[in-house]
Design a protein around this ligand. Structure first.
Ligand code: HEM
Length: 343
């Protein structure tokens, strides 16, 4: 290694360690992540205000159409994902009645991890089902969702088996199938609904994403927990989100746990106000959460930490979630002769 290179590595390391120490969950930073953290801290530059304005003006487009077949397929998926009694793929539970044997947080997180690899400038990554590939499930950042990726695969088998039954009964057109990418978005939404989040989220999930056959996306694009406000914003804005979307999506950390430790007092309830209260006190799980108290987003954090504004917060989360599901998605239409579809 040349001298300047060695000096740069040292600087990266120092920055990374400084970042890790500022984080209340510092002990959870894995050794292997340290240099990557430093690299991302250094890369953190963009014009936050300008990008925010541009993204507000031009949100990502959804699928060209949603057909009756799309709706029928989503309804098949709904029965299975919420209420399946399969031993290997239990349903997530009805609205406000989560099945305690299912890790709802992990299901929501993987909806993000399938899409959050998106790099707009390169048109790579995004919601393409690639989270199922060994290249992604084997990555350190996904080590705690491997079992829920397997659960999604089982849900998908059950959904496609039911679709095949309906094709045989001439209730759905031949060739209809659900993609992994759609099931990742649907299971994340179901986890939110079952734990008391926005009730209509599942029915709003758009259908028809195409899976990449084999490609593995660059998981290092997923935001690191030790990013500061600017680096975090640059990453979200560069995917096409707004700052409001970023704050709203961060509320996902109201669910679930890290290393067995709940991130909020009610980890099985989608109660975003308790998450935002932790953020405003600077005691949420990650540096990225606590960074949301930056002056550009502090007002939102303040509003959403008050449960009186719960409706507004849930609506913002739902809108941002739908936008997330569009990130670089390639859409196809199911075959759709109307006479095959029963209500
Ligand atoms: C803002 C940038 C984000 C960062 C830096 C981040 C980072 C993390 C990390 C490090 C964990 C702990 C994983 C573990 O070791 O078990 C986690 C958990 C989680 N994340 Fe994020 N995340 C971010 C955004 C999101 C988004 C946008 C969503 C979904 C919309 C999400 C959903 C979740 C959920 C639900 C959990 C709990 C998982 C469980 O219970 O197993 N996160 N996140």
């Amino acid at each position: 290694m040349t001298l300047p290179k060695r000096a740069a590595s040292l600087l990266l390391l120092v920055l990374a360690i400084a970042g890790a120490q500022a984080c209340p969950f510092a002990s959870m930073v894995q050794g292997g992540d340290v240099e990557a953290v430093g690299r991302k801290l250094l890369q953190a530059t963009c014009n936050v205000a300008a990008l925010d304005r541009t993204n507000q003006a031009s949100p990502p487009a959804g699928p060209p159409t949603q057909t009756a077949v799309d709706v029928a397929v989503r309804n098949v998926a709904k029965q299975i994902i919420f209420f399946s009694t399969d031993r290997n793929a239990p349903g997530v539970g009805g609205a406000g009645a989560p099945n305690r044997n299912v890790r709802h947080g992990a299901l929501l997180r993987q909806a993000f991890h399938d899409c959050g690899t998106y790099v707009k400038t390169a048109r790579t990554g995004g919601c393409n089902g690639s989270l199922r590939t060994a290249g992604e499930t084997g990555a350190a950042v996904n080590r705690n969702i491997v079992s829920t990726v397997a659960l999604v695969q089982r849900y998908r088998q059950l959904i496609n088996a039911e679709i095949n039954r309906r094709i045989a009964a001439k209730q759905l057109p031949a060739g209809t199938q659900i993609s992994y990418a759609d099931v990742f978005q649907l299971t994340g939404a179901a986890a939110v609904v079952a734990t008391g989040g926005p009730a209509n989220l599942f029915d709003r999930v758009e259908m028809g994403r195409v899976d990449w056959a084999t490609r593995t996306d660059d998981v290092s694009q997923l935001p690191d927990r030790n990013l500061g406000f600017t680096a975090l914003s640059c990453r979200f804005l560069s995917m096409g989100f707004t700052l409001r979307d970023m704050v709203a999506l961060s509320a996902a950390h109201t669910l679930g746990a890290v290393n067995g430790r709940a991130m909020t007092p009610t980890p099985q309830t989608f109660d975003a106000s308790d998450y935002f209260q932790l953020v405003s006190r600077g005691t949420a799980a990650f540096r990225t959460d606590n960074a949301l108290t930056d002056s550009r987003t502090a007002q939102l954090v303040q509003r959403w930490s008050n449960s009186a504004n719960r409706g507004e917060m849930l609506a913002a989360f739902a809108d941002a979630y739908i936008k997330m599901g569009r990130m670089n998605a390639m859409w196809r239409s199911y075959p759709q002769p109307a006479e095959y579809v029963r209500a």
